[in-house]
Structures are given as structure tokens and as C-alpha cells.
Design a protein around this ligand. Sequence first.
Ligand SMILES: [Zn+2]
Length: 134
Amino acid sequence: MNCNDFNADIIPVNEAISPDILQEIKEMEKCGKCLQCLYSYIMLAPAMTDKELIELFGADMLEMDELKGELDELAGFKLNPYPNRLRIARVNKSLQKISLQQERSGKALVKHYINECIKQYEGDMLEEYYNMAP
Ligand SMILES: [Zn+2]
């Protein structure tokens, strides 16, 4: 099995990761630079150390600036006529946790995520402001 066949939807958000899932991830072939790998990486990150994750994926994927586009898609920042709402909700939950981990807040993709959240928030505020106008 490689990363394209693996669906990180089975990684739980708020529970410990079962040894079975971990074993499956360990055994699959991972490229360490695609959207599926990034999805798995983000879902695992709150419960694992950087060292464990780098051992699994061969790279610190949260430092990979070139995956901004993939992150935008996973987090729902990109306009998409068929958004994967379940995945977006799960990824945001996980990224919010990661953003609160101080040692990770300086990583390239975490910084990008926080900036995008601020942008969205400001956009919403502006929209609310205009909606209030008579
Ligand atoms: Zn991959």
C-alpha cells in the first residue's frame, strides 16, 4: 500500500492512535510530499513528537513551504465546488491543536495556517459589517 491508497479519515481526532493504525502507516510506502501524506501527518501530529513523525515520513512536513497549496485545500481555504467537509473539519481541529503547541508555532505551514485563519476571520468581520449596514 502506498500513501495514495491510505485514507487518513481513520486516524481519530481526539483519542489516542491505536497501534493497528500506527502499524498500517508504518508499513505503507510514503512519498512524504503529497496531500495524502500531509493529511496523515497533520492528523498524527498532535499526539506525536517531531522525531517520531520525521521517522515515519522522512521529513518535517510542517516545515515544507512548498505544500502551502495542499494545506489550503485540506483546511478548506481554497475555493472548491465539492469540498470534503468531514476532512476539512478534522484537519482544522488538528491544526488548531498544533498551533497551540508552542514548539511548533514557528513552523512554516503552521505560520501559514494561522495567517490564513486571521485573514478569514477579518473577511468574516468585514462581511458582517456590511451586512449590518441598512
Ligand atoms: Zn505521499
